[in-house]
Design a protein around this ligand. Structure first.
Ligand SMILES: [Ca+2]
Length: 187
């Protein structure tokens, strides 16, 4: 049969293709089952939070042994060190959590990632600071002689717009502002 051989070759090719497809499918399933939860990382919008200025967004993501993100099958549980609670977390489950500061200091926010019977955890230190004092005219975070100097250079001025040195915001720089500045001096 002259035409039988090519036909048989075609059949073998198709069977080989099916076998290869089957092998590759099996291989990829085996790969999926062997994902290792190698690490979890926290991304923080900021590691410094100011009291009264809202919450800071945090997100967690788990990574496999090849440092690729694991997009599904991982649960996240958030927590904060209780010995120095400087804020609260909400929600306590899921990839996203918000840190709301309420006391100055530092605290460790952590997340525990779980996948099957595998577990990884990571922490990030959050620093909570007090809102800036209105007496900090120069905006350098402290009330110093620099601020006193600015206030005194504008002393007695009245304006319809904001004036540098107007600590209490009444559009005039006077003894009240000086008093406020001196009571916050050095802070
Ligand atoms: Ca004033």
């Amino acid at each position: 049969m002259r035409y039988y051989a090519p036909y048989r070759f075609l059949v073998y090719t198709i069977i080989s293709g099916i076998c290869l497809y089957s092998f590759l499918s099996h291989a990829s399933i085996s790969h999926a089952q062997s994902i290792t939860l190698s690490s979890v990382q926290i991304q923080a919008a900021s590691k410094t939070a100011t009291i009264g200025k809202g919450s800071v967004g945090l997100s967690a993501l788990a990574y496999d042994q090849n440092n690729n993100p694991i997009w599904s099958g991982v649960t996240y549980e958030w927590g904060i060190s209780s010995s120095n609670s400087v804020g609260s977390l909400n929600p306590l489950q899921g990839t996203i959590s918000n840190f709301t500061p309420f006391k100055t200091g530092t605290g460790d926010v952590f997340v525990i990632a779980r996948m099957g019977n595998q577990m990884q955890a990571v922490g990030v230190q959050m620093t909570v600071v007090a809102p800036p004092s209105p007496a900090d005219i120069s905006g350098d975070g402290k009330v110093t002689v620099t601020d006193l100097s600015i206030l005194l250079s504008n002393f007695g001025r009245v304006s319809s717009v904001s004036i540098s040195g107007d600590v209490n915001g009444d559009r005039r720089v006077n003894i009240q502002d000086l008093s406020l500045l001196l009571s916050n001096f050095g802070s």
